[in-house]
Design a protein around this ligand. Structure first.
Ligand code: PSV
Ligand code: MN
Ligand code: MN
Length: 406
């Protein structure tokens, strides 16, 4: 017998002209990758708290990620970070993932940990260091080919702390040179997602500081390069939804790193702060999914959704489940926006009606809808409760403390 809350919900939405079959189909097909590094120990520059049961190697990180997929059904990809997840044989890691019902997702090169990168990686004035950085990028392209991943997520810590420390224009050219070498190594169906961040670790200038710089770089490189929006990488007050709409219209929105922030790049779990912002981000995506321009629609359909968060205090697997279900909830709410109603209000230039048409979708409780969608997908109606009831959390305690750190 259908759940009485769902029956009511269904009636309510049908009356509003919402096609729930389409909504459900979209909720079943969205996929959100989890980051391998989010399963490891992390902290701030003041302290890394060690938790018991943290994975000790990339294989165990995959096993933990498989739990998130098992309970949510929409997170089958695991993004990896190289060399944090370096293994001798990547075919083994790939097979291990597949045995556990997941696959390896975006490959993230790491150009911020070696001493040589103190003054920059792909922007370093020393050509030998730029060579080393480019070789690492090429190595990551090879790893992606080996594990069958189609995406490389690129974030560069490159920047300076003081005016005059380096030549900003020269650095821009050096970065382009290195990235074009990488671009040329990509297969036709691969893409590089270029992430930006306005500061940190550099405090004066960062070579890719905002979406415009990433977009410009992507445009120069070619169609296989797109922009990656990390929701924690903007100055306070930035209108992320506007950036998303703009990039969709330019057909260059590559993907997201979802996380929440209050002050800077806080990497808190997604949807924990300002969920309305995430809802409005999805509003732009949903509206692009129905755009008359086939290119915009195609871009909206090809977005790579990923989490990028660290759990310093909270348990890692439940935090990941919470993020996934939060993102799913906000997407579900955005799918309830009646786009025709918004458009009619826009045509009449009725500001109040237009804002209301968007906001009222946010105010619906989508719990009955999500429970039904999950049941239809064969996953628990309440993923968090099901995970906490499982014995997995207990079982991993035998790993002890001192697992991998991010
Ligand atoms: C940088 O702050 C970042 O958002 C990049 O995506 C890195 O790969 C990740 O965090 C590492 O923690
Ligand atoms: Mn990120
Ligand atoms: Mn970040």
């Amino acid at each position: 017998m259908a759940d009485k809350h769902y029956v009511l919900f269904e009636e309510q939405q049908k009356d509003r002209g919402i096609n729930l079959d389409e909504v459900k189909e979209k909720l079943r097909t969205i996929k959100i990758e989890t980051p391998s590094w989010g399963y490891g120990d992390s902290g701030t520059r003041f302290k890394v708290f060690q938790q018991e049961g943290v994975p000790r190697d990339p294989f165990e990180k995959i096993e933990d990620a498989a739990q998130v997929q098992k309970h949510t059904g929409i997170s089958p990809g695991v993004a990896i970070h190289i060399p944090w997840d370096y293994v001798d044989d990547f075919t083994k890691l790939k097979a291990h993932a597949e045995q556990h019902g997941v696959h390896l997702g975006a490959v993230n090169p790491n150009l911020f940990q070696d001493d040589e990168y103190k003054f920059g990686s792909v922007t370093n004035s020393d050509p030998d260091i730029r060579r080393k950085a480019t070789d690492h990028l090429l190595e990551c392209v090879d790893i992606a080919k080996t594990v069958g991943s189609k995406e490389l997520s690129l974030w560069f810590a490159d920047g300076t702390n003081y005016p005059g420390q380096a030549d900003i224009r020269k650095r821009k050219h050096w970065m382009y040179e290195c990235l074009s070498e990488m671009y040329n190594a990509l297969d036709e169906d691969m893409r590089m997602l270029i992430e930006y961040k306005f500061f940190e670790p550099a405090f004066y200038h960062t070579d890719l500081a905002d979406w415009g710089m990433s977009y410009n770089m992507a445009q120069k490189l070619g169609p296989k390069a797109e922009v990656l929006v990390d929701t924690g990488h903007h100055p306070q007050g930035t209108n992320i939804e506007h950036i998303v709409a703009y990039l969709l219209d330019e057909k260059r929105l590559g993907g997201f790193h979802f996380n929440s922030r209050k002050y800077a790049d806080d990497d808190l779990f997604a949807g924990s702060l300002n969920p309305y912002e995430l809802f409005l981000t999805f509003y732009q995506i949903v509206s692009a999914l129905y755009d008359e321009d086939a290119g915009v629609q195609k871009n909206a359909k090809s977005i790579a959704y990923m989490l990028d968060q660290c759990h310093n205090l909270e348990a890692k697997i439940p935090a990941m489940i919470r993020s996934i279900t939060n993102v799913q909830t906000l997407y579900a709410k955005a799918l309830l926006i009646n786009l025709d109603e918004v458009q009619q209000a826009q045509e009449k230039q009725d500001v109040l009606a237009a804002e209301h048409a968007v906001r009222k979708a946010f105010e619906f409780d989508v719990t009955p809808l999500l429970r039904v969608v999950r049941e239809e997908m064969g996953v628990p109606a309440d993923p968090m409760a099901a995970y906490l009831e499982s014995e997995y959390g207990e079982k991993i305690l035998k790993r002890g403390k001192g697992g991998a750190s991010w």
